[in-house]
Ligand binder design. Structure first.
Ligand code: KG4
Ligand code: ZN
Length: 351
């Protein structure tokens, strides 16, 4: 069974083809990605209308490239999947319309996939895939969540941010330091040259006793600290502030993940979403895992941020487990897709 996946929730158009055989973990045959980062950079963030229009331009050529690379003719595709939400409404519509049209033309099933479900299953495409059950730390630009994952579609939310996401804290600090958009990787690079203990920054909710996060107060503390440095902070001061901010975010993520592991008694942690690419976070989680005796699984670096492979994979894993997908016309774009349905045990994501 071959599943074509389309991701278009924000500023990346991703298309991929996976193959599923029996109950084996699906295999990635080909994937292609176009990042709009250069287009949005001048505006300091994503411009939704520009994003939608660019998805329109990219999606079919990328699909063709993926099929060519996999040496697969379009009629050999058995199902088409797309990101249903959350994301920018116009951007989602492009992926959904393309997927639904393709599936309708082929007379094949069409599956909407929750973006975060794609992220949390993405480590299954790595060379060291996890097995169920596990705890997932989802750290993207818009979400910070800890999830207990029993099986595909069986998710319980353990905790989440009450305000900003970890990725947002990276991005906003990067903007403050004049690092532009997208900020996370740039802030992480600057932090490599700084001293994390140069500034004392808060670790919000570190000892709250639950698995919730909060990063809005940290953002304010960074802003106040930055203001104290005056209008022309030195390169050294900027690097130190980047390192201190990264350390504060990573401390909280590692501490809460470790608590989730001991609360659930599970032995595997899966880290997914863009911030999961952060080197410091990975080093600290690996060290904590070694000390506490659990294993950590990450997606391949190229599949950490948004991509079509995770959408194709999630759909293929659902179909392997007998999900029924309507043929061709399941046109239900849902930025309104409620997260509680994702976290409800046994929730049926295929509509
Ligand atoms: O999962 P993702 O690609 O998109 C969303 O679903 O939001 O995550 C994007 C987020 C952005 O906030 C970006 O700055 C952050 O991931 N990010 C990083 C790194 N790479 C991407 N944050 C810290 N360190 C990185 N290396
Ligand atoms: Zn994402």
């Amino acid at each position: 069974m071959k599943v074509l996946g389309i991701e278009s929730s924000c500023d990346e158009t991703g298309v991929a083809l996976v193959q599923a055989q029996g109950s084996e973990v699906p295999r990635l045959l080909a994937h292609a990605l176009h990042s709009q980062a250069a287009m949005h950079r001048d505006y300091g963030g994503v411009v939704p209308e520009l994003a939608s229009r660019d998805h329109v331009r990219r999606v079919l050529p990328l699909a063709q490239r993926v099929l060519d690379e996999a040496r697969c003719a379009l009629p050999e595709v058995d199902a088409v999947a797309y990101t249903r939400g959350p994301g920018l409404a116009g951007a989602l519509l492009v992926g959904a319309a393309s997927a639904v049209a393709m599936a309708a033309a082929l007379g094949k099933p069409c599956l909407p996939v929750h973006h975060l479900e794609g992220h949390l299953l993405s480590p299954f495409l790595s060379v060291d895939p996890p097995c169920f059950p596990f705890v997932a730390l989802l750290v993207s630009g818009g979400h910070t969540q800890l999830m207990q994952v029993r099986e595909v579609g069986d998710y319980t939310l353990l905790g989440e941010t009450v305000d900003d996401a970890a990725g947002e804290a990276f991005d906003k600090t990067a903007k403050l330091l004049g690092l532009g958009y997208p900020g996370g990787p740039a802030l992480a690079a600057l932090a490599e040259r700084g001293r994390a203990d140069a500034f004392a920054l808060p670790r919000p909710l570190l000892h709250s006793g639950d698995l919730d996060f909060s990063f809005a107060g940290l953002k304010t503390a960074v802003w106040l600290q930055h203001r104290k440095l005056g209008s022309t902070p030195t390169d050294r001061q900027r690097a130190d502030l980047a390192a201190a901010t990264q350390a504060a975010i990573v401390d909280v993520l590692v501490s809460k993940s470790t608590k989730a592991m001991s609360d659930t008694g599970l032995g595997r942690l899966v880290v997914a979403g863009g911030v999961g690419a952060n080197r410091s976070l990975r080093e600290r989680l690996d060290a904590a895992a070694q000390r506490r005796g659990y294993r950590v699984h990450y997606p391949e670096a190229a599949l950490c941020t948004d991509n079509g492979a995770m959408i194709a994979l999630a759909a293929a894993m659902r179909l392997q487990r007998g999900a029924q997908a309507p043929r061709g016309h399941a046109f239900d774009v849902a930025p309104r897709w409620p997260l509680d349905q994702l976290s409800a045990p046994g929730a049926a994501i295929v509509s």
